[in-house]
Write a protein that binds this ligand. Structure first.
Ligand SMILES: [Zn+2]
Ligand SMILES: [Zn+2]
Length: 282
């Protein structure tokens, strides 16, 4: 099992050191873990920080990436002999004109996997309780779908990312705001999205975090997973989006089972931004 979406305490909204996450990952029988610290890029937001040894550092400066890369590499050296590979990843918050917002060192960092996420619509975090509604009240459900999926497609086309994280993220707070109809807003965009993903060799993640909140569907939900599969997207990763060590690896076994039921023979293993198939057939 691989958990390719984990936030150690470099992320300002996460707790637990790289080592604490690795110890629990080992206990839970994971073979690989990818740390994916948030790289927030929106200068109009107030989340563009990471913690480095107790200090707040601007995500758009290069200093933290150097420290982060060294810490992950040394964790991999320490844990690979014990049966756990530790991958260097990052979760980039996609915004328009992102290129000028990324630290210079981003381009020379030896990442294993780069997740691209759309968390913001018009600078408002649709992932944050209490803030999401400020975005939703500006848009009809159809407008939200158009905005969100346009950003997702731009993210794919940017060629910055290997994987699009939590494709139907708007559901987290959007479902109580708009009702069940919001679960359908991907439909007009799926054909174009899949073509774009295939053209740019970008895959998607199945994120298990909703399962920890008592929901039955991961992100994206099974209907979207099936649509992506039927249209031929074959690069797929699993991730818990753990923000504390005790959540690492949770729900991954269940999602692998779901993927088998959806007819996926493989999931993807990433090393140095190259995907390799790993069979999930028993
Ligand atoms: Zn995210
Ligand atoms: Zn995340």
């Amino acid at each position: 099992m691989f958990d390719y979406h984990v936030h150690p305490n470099y992320s300002i909204d996460a707790e637990g050191s790289i080592e604490q996450f690795c110890e629990i990952a080992l206990e839970r029988g994971l073979q690989e873990i990818a740390f994916t610290t948030h790289l927030d890029t929106d200068s109009e937001g107030d989340d563009c920080f990471v913690n480095v040894k107790g200090k707040r550092v601007d995500t758009r400066s290069s200093v933290w990436l150097e420290d982060y890369e060294a810490s992950i590499k040394s964790a991999d050296d320490e844990y690979k002999g014990r049966g756990l590979r530790v991958r260097l990843g990052v979760e980039v918050d996609y915004i328009q004109d992102i290129d000028g917002s990324l630290p210079e060192r981003f381009y020379s960092t030896d990442f294993d996997i780069i997740l691209g996420s759309v968390h913001l619509i018009d600078h408002i975090a649709i992932t944050a309780e209490g803030r999401a509604e400020n975005a939703f009240k500006k848009y009809s459900m159809e407008e939200l779908g158009k905005k969100y999926y346009t950003h997702i497609m731009e993210a794919v086309e940017s060629d910055l990312f290997d994987i699009i994280a939590h494709i139907d993220l708007y559901r987290r707070y959007g479902q109580s705001y708009y009702g069940d109809g919001v679960r359908e807003i991907w439909k007009p965009y799926i054909a174009e999205l899949v073509n774009t993903m295939k053209r740019h060799n970008v895959g998607f993640e199945v994120n298990t975090s909703p399962l920890r909140k008592g929901q039955t569907q991961p992100m994206p939900e099974v209907e979207i997973i099936n649509a992506l599969k039927d249209k031929g997207v074959s690069i797929i990763t699993t991730g818990s989006d753990a923000h504390r060590p005790q959540d690492v690896g949770t729900g991954i076994a269940r999602v692998i089972q779901l993927l088998r039921e959806s007819g996926f023979p493989n999931i993807s293993q990433f090393e140095k931004r190259t995907a390799r198939n790993q069979s999930i057939l028993q």
